[in-house]
Write a protein that binds this ligand. Structure first.
Ligand code: BT5
Length: 309
């Protein structure tokens, strides 16, 4: 969003400001101020004008300007009403040299899960992808998936729902899938070039529209319709904060984890690991105590069987 418009919004949020004062402060003409205010109104910002000047009355529920306004971490928002996949778009931006961009969509027509699976993304959900270029080795990248799961769980908590995490990337409510994460990256042997962390969260959607084979739920079905702007801003602030200290991610993840202490079956693609999940080690490796001893699992689909005796 245009820097001048963001500055105008910041000024108006604190109370009425007159057109001439804004013009002087921004070093632009009064006519230019008026044009910016009109443009903001067209984007859905309710800006009242009175004898005291302009005042911001309300912010639109969602969209590029709404998300960018008051966003704490320094991400640029790119918003789409409808797009095939925010992860695919973020990858294209990465190929063009982009960084610190969050691609957000109201609806995805080709949402992707892991291993080429489909991610159903009707209008009303939170579908977003964060593109960054962290200075980390590729083997640390799974910590970004865990950080995203913790950030999502905390954002869900902030709207009054008690989220839990199933290893590695499912955020759940009452044992049903509420959100999933798809991390993609490119890098050399010792350094990541870019990471795209895709988060799909069933916010204001009807679980009946999700066509999922596994039990799925939404915030709408549990706590009612929520403000997606506030939720996304909380989520991004938590994610930015967590990724400043990757060593703190696994302990934060454990606080939400339901997998630990549970008997699990993990499909790893070429084999199956069955046993008690005893811990998670950096950067997200699941440690399973099997009849043949401890096995470390770095990736796979995890099924909770029953609590271990
Ligand atoms: C995931 O895969 O959980 C990762 C999902 C990532 C989606 C985000 S949305 C923004 C960004 N852009 C993208 O294109 N993708 C990312 P996985 O663990 O493989 O789970 C996929 C499985 O979850 C599917 O096979 C279905 O059974 C189920 N599923 C599909 N859509 C769902 C939904 N909306 N809610 C709950 N479960 C769903």
């Amino acid at each position: 969003m245009q820097q001048t418009r963001l500055r105008i919004l910041d000024a108006l949020a604190d109370g009425p400001v007159s057109g001439p004062d804004l013009a002087a402060w921004l070093d632009i003409s009064r006519n230019a101020v008026w044009k910016h205010v009109e443009a903001l109104r067209e984007e859905g910002f309710d800006i009242e004008s009175s004898d005291d000047g302009y005042r911001l009355q309300s912010v639109p529920e969602y969209g590029e300007a709404a998300l960018q306004f008051d966003l704490d971490p320094e991400y640029e928002i790119e918003y789409h009403e409808s797009i095939a996949s925010t992860n695919s778009r973020a990858r294209a931006l990465a190929a063009d040299g982009g960084s610190d961009v969050v691609v957000v969509a109201d609806e995805q027509t080709g949402g992707r899960g892991r291993l080429g699976r489909e991610w159903v993304s009707p209008s009303g959900g939170v579908w977003l992808s964060i593109l960054t270029r962290p200075d980390i080795p590729p083997h640390s990248a799974p910590a970004y998936t865990l950080a995203a799961a913790v950030a999502t769980a905390r954002a869900v908590q902030s709207v009054g729902a008690g989220a839990t995490i199933k290893w590695p990337n499912d955020v759940q409510l009452d044992g049903k899938k509420l959100a999933g994460i798809l991390t993609e990256m490119e890098g050399e042997a010792d350094r990541v070039s870019w990471v795209v962390v895709g988060i799909g969260l069933n916010a204001n959607v009807d679980p009946g529209d999700l066509r999922s084979e596994q039990p799925a739920t939404s915030l709408q079905a549990t706590v009612g319709e929520i403000n997606r702007r506030e939720l996304v801003q909380t989520l991004l602030a938590e994610f930015a904060d967590l990724t400043t200290d990757l060593d703190a991610v696994v302990p934060a993840w454990r606080e939400f984890a339901t997998t630990l202490g549970t008997r699990v079956r993990v499909e790893t693609g070429d084999s199956e690991v069955v046993g008690e999940a005893v811990d998670v080690a950096f950067p997200g490796t699941l440690i399973v105590e099997t009849d043949e001893g401890r096995v470390e699992v770095t990736t796979g689909d995890c099924e909770h069987l029953r609590p271990a005796e």
